[in-house]
Design a protein around this ligand. Structure first.
Ligand SMILES: O=C(O)[C@H]1NCC[C@@H]1O
Length: 357
């Protein structure tokens, strides 16, 4: 075998959402902060294309690049790379990264509890892993501040008319329509319909609502639509369905989406500090969610969410590239990758990358 590129990847999922972790083959990324490193990767897309695009990847997953931390006091850092690009933070992926770090021994595991501080482009995340007999049984994430940009705001959506939505930041910006307002409940057989509805709602929201994080001004666009639903409201059992490019449903209850939802609920007086919620996904997996305290982002009232869930390792793999492979950067096609992203076929990448990653 004569590969000219090899990347070691650990396959993991958190409550059903795949978050693979690159543990070898990439030394570092230029930048003095994780925000700068994320920005570099957004401009030099080769690594993401190599690991996420066909034949080595697929649209329904994230590949997380594990890096040394930049922030003092952090133990590790990660950057989520998804089908539409590189993002600042991800809850289900933070659970996968923490589980991989401890179960593969990159960081020492202590029982019954190990704390891992993760550095991300959106800020520091304290991950508390409950460990038993070498297994990470649960990862509780103490998020950075989440806040509601708008609550109960109306948008006009093609084919749907006027829709009431919340918009909030939980690590990325979410627009959150209620499934009930649209006449459905979040169930597996609604996945395709939610993807189609989500595309229209995201277009409308991006056109009609402007967002800008008060402190990290680079965060200035709505990334995901997350449909919200109630299962048993009185018991705090809720449902989330995050629609991700190029057109698929998050298999987890969505950590950053749950954080954003808690911020919107708190702003509307529907969630109090310490109140516990169970966030369920379209496949009925679940996160535990609560607000630990209130804070400020600039002049905006914000909350500190705590989101916890389980992750499992399912594979150890090496991804490689033969010099004669005509698809050095991989490829995508609209049948499964949709039309929102630019398709790359053949030996060239749309971003003629100068990166040496
Ligand atoms: O849990 C989360 O925050 C992630 N799950 C997929 C979409 C988000 O990145």
């Amino acid at each position: 075998m004569r590969w000219n590129r090899v990347v070691t990847v650990v396959g993991a999922h958190a409550e059903g959402e795949v978050g693979r972790v690159i543990t070898g083959g990439v030394l570092d990324v230029p930048g003095d902060t994780m925000l700068e490193k994320m920005t570099y990767l957004q401009a030099h897309d080769e690594l993401r294309q190599f690991v996420n695009q066909e034949p080595r990847g697929c649209a329904q997953m994230t590949t997380n690049l594990l890096l040394p931390p930049c922030a003092p006091g952090a133990d590790a850092a990660f950057i989520p790379m998804q089908a539409d690009g590189t993002h600042a933070m991800s809850g289900s992926n933070a659970m996968c990264v923490t589980t991989v770090l401890l179960e593969t021994g990159i960081l020492p595991m202590t029982e019954p509890e190990t704390v891992v501080v993760l550095d991300t482009a959106a800020g520091l995340i304290k991950a508390t892993a409950r460990c038993l007999n070498g297994k990470v049984e649960n990862v509780a994430l103490d998020f950075f501040p989440a806040y509601a940009e708008k609550t109960d705001t109306r948008i006009e959506v093609e084919g749907l008319g006027t829709l009431n939505v919340d918009v909030a930041f939980g690590g990325v910006f979410y627009v959150m329509p209620s499934a009930k307002d649209l006449g459905f409940t979040i169930e597996p057989d609604m996945a395709k319909d939610m993807v189609e509805l989500g595309a229209k709602i995201k277009t409308a929201a991006r056109e009609q609502i402007s967002v800008k994080h008060p402190e990290i001004t680079q965060f200035n666009s709505i990334d995901f639509v997350m449909f919200t639903d109630e299962v048993v409201t009185e018991q705090g059992i809720l449902k989330n369905a995050t629609i991700m490019p190029p057109g698929r449903v998050d298999r987890s209850p969505c950590g950053t989406g749950s954080a954003a939802r808690l911020a919107a609920m708190h702003a509307k007086g529907q969630a109090q500090i310490g109140q516990k919620f169970e966030m369920r996904s379209t496949i009925n997996s679940h996160f535990q969610a609560s607000i630990t305290s209130e804070t400020k982002i600039g002049t905006k009232t914000a909350v500190i969410p705590k989101i916890s869930g389980r992750a499992w390792i399912y594979a150890m793999m090496q991804l490689g590239r033969d010099p004669s492979d005509p698809y050095q950067h991989g490829y995508t096609l609209a049948d499964t990758w949709g039309t929102e992203i630019e398709h790359i076929i053949g030996n060239c990448s749309t971003h003629r990358s100068t990166s040496n990653l």
